[in-house]
Design a protein. Structure first.
Ligand code: NAD
Length: 488
């Protein structure tokens, strides 16, 4: 398997020769090492992307579409092999890794076609025998920084609109899950013109920051934590770069008194424990109406206990290990703090004792939780669900809006008035009724408040990577009476 940087169509080591280890979180073995890249490597990758831009941007959209569809096909043809790499380095169940491959293929096909349909517009002329065209143009070499929780899906969310818009790309995967992206490039990228897609692996502080600071990278698209997002925005400001930031969340779910308790408990369990809680739109807070709180809590605890932890390659596994020792330690830290602050563990709250190794954390449910606790205000990114009781939809809305995050929100209710009132008044980029974590390739996805700037998916993502140019055409070709020397 390829374990080097991919620059200008070549596989190369870091200039310094430094590497970092990639660990399998199920076996705790180091699978391989990848380059710990630095500024020199980033410079080479950006040069390659900058040169390739002159070729890629001049290709007609249909040609780009063909090359992107070819990559989609190669992804699907090699899905199992690719999914095994995702599972090996990240720990998610194989079936979920397979969905990531499908996502990449789907996004490549969708955006390559969308970019053929949406190239610009004609607006009303300011004069007779004139025309105003608005044309969307690519920026150049886009820098793309990716987290580890959905390495290939999140790569696809960015790569597809970036390329379809006519830009080239330098990608910096997470140090925890670089192999999936290198493997994907190896499988799918061979027929692309050299330099259009480049990958440099390494740590955020070195490779990531060098990319953000590079003066020839006009756009940075970043997915990751709020802390890193703020740092990137500050660094990017020095060169007035455009940034799109897809950041963390603390998504609430509201369980109304008319909801089907069984459906709401199952949905909450899935939404909170999927991918071991390592989803940006994971359910991280529950606001349940007083009148059904006991029954709902009991049902949620029962669902949490049913979640099958295990070998991520095993079909019977619902949830694999957490993706790294660091993430596992963070889960324990969050739980310990919640207990210290007075929350009560109803189930979980510790490493799973069923396994000798692997970063397995038990699905955890808390009650006796208050709004000031860290477990309610800060993203945990762990399989941990705190429950609070509310007396009305107004209180649920007010509490839902009480954090600095605004990524997603879910409500379980059969009452459409309650659902749409909450949709009106809750500040979140996505609002789901009766089904958490739902996305649609054609509908925008992103965060309000400190959960981000910009949108992925839909036409909105394409617009993140293009800028508008006004082309004015005068087909009268005569002297104008307002030009100097033409006065009566
Ligand atoms: P992170 O911010 O630690 O790292 C994300 C990426 O940024 C990695 O590639 C890392 O190497 C790089 N990086 C770190 N410091 C950097 C710096 N100073 N300059 C440039 N790059 C730097 O986040 P993570 O732990 O990998 O991912 C988890 C976070 O991502 C969570 O907060 C989660 O909510 C968020 N996330 C958001 C979305 C979304 O779409 N909104 C999706 C997935 C994950």
């Amino acid at each position: 398997m390829k374990n080097q940087n991919y620059i200008n169509g070549q596989w190369v080591d870091a200039h310094s020769g430094k590497t970092l280890g990639v660990e399998n979180p199920y076996t705790e073995d180091i699978i391989t090492h990848v380059p710990a890249s630095g500024e020199t490597d980033v410079n080479h990758a950006v040069d390659a992307a900058k040169n390739a831009f002159e070729i890629w941007r001049k290709m007609v959209a249909a040609e780009r579409c063909e090359l992107m569809n070819d990559m989609a096909k190669k992804s699907r043809d090699n899905a199992e092999e690719l999914a095994k790499t995702v599972t090996a380095e990240m720990g998610k169940p194989f079936s979920e890794a397979m969905e990531e491959i499908e996502t990449v293929a789907d996004y490549l096909e969708y955006y390559s076609q969308l970019a053929r349909d949406h190239v610009g517009r004609i607006v009303a002329p300011v004069d007779s025998r004139s025309m105003s065209l608005v044309r969307y143009e690519p920026f150049g070499a886009v820098g793309c920084i990716i987290p580890w929780n959905y390495p290939l899906s999140l790569m696809g969310w960015k790569l597809a609109p970036v390329l379809a818009a006519g830009n080239t790309i330098v990608m910096k995967p997470s140090e925890i899950s670089s192999l999936s992206i290198l493997h994907w490039i190896d499988i799918a990228g061979g027929d692309m013109p050299d330099g259009v897609m480049n990958v440099i692996t390494g740590y955020g502080k070195e490779a990531g920051e060098a990319l953000v600071k590079h003066p020839d990278v006009p756009v940075i698209t970043f997915t990751g934590s709020v802390v890193t997002g703020k740092r990137i925005a500050r660094l990017a400001a020095d060169n007035l770069k455009k940034v799109s930031l897809e950041l963390g969340g603390k998504d609430p779910v509201i369980i109304c008194d008319d909801a089907d308790i069984d459906v709401a408990a199952k949905g909450t369990s899935w939404g909170g424990f999927l991918n071991a809680g390592q989803v940006c739109t994971s359910i991280e807070r529950v606001y349940v109406f007083d009148t059904i709180a006991d029954a709902f809590t009991e049902a949620l605890v029962a669902e949490a206990k049913k979640v099958r932890l295990g070998n991520p390659m095993d079909e019977a596994t619902d949830v694999g290990p957490m993706s790294s020792e660091m993430q596992f330690a963070k889960a324990q830290e969050k739980v310990d703090l919640a207990i210290k602050e007075g929350a009560r563990v109803l189930t979980g709250g510790q490493r799973s004792e069923k396994f000798d190794k692997g970063y397995f954390y038990e699905p955890t449910v808390f009650d006796q939780v208050t709004s000031e606790m860290d477990i309610v205000t800060e993203e945990a990114f762990s399989p941990v669900i705190p429950i609070q009781r509310v007396g009305s939809i107004e209180e649920a809305i007010q509490l839902s809006n009480s954090t600095r995050y605004g990524l997603g929100c879910t409500i379980f209710t059969r009452d459409i008035e309650k659902a749409l009132t909450a949709a009106d008044d809750i500040k979140s980029g996505t609002f789901c009724i009766n089904n958490p974590l739902m996305e649609n390739i054609a509908a925008p996805f992103g965060g309000m408040k400190q959960s981000g700037i910009g949108r992925e998916h839909g036409i909105e993502a394409l617009e993140e990577f293009r800028e508008a140019k006004h082309i004015f055409i005068d087909y009268d070709h005569s002297n104008k009476d307002w030009w100097y020397g033409n006065e009566e």
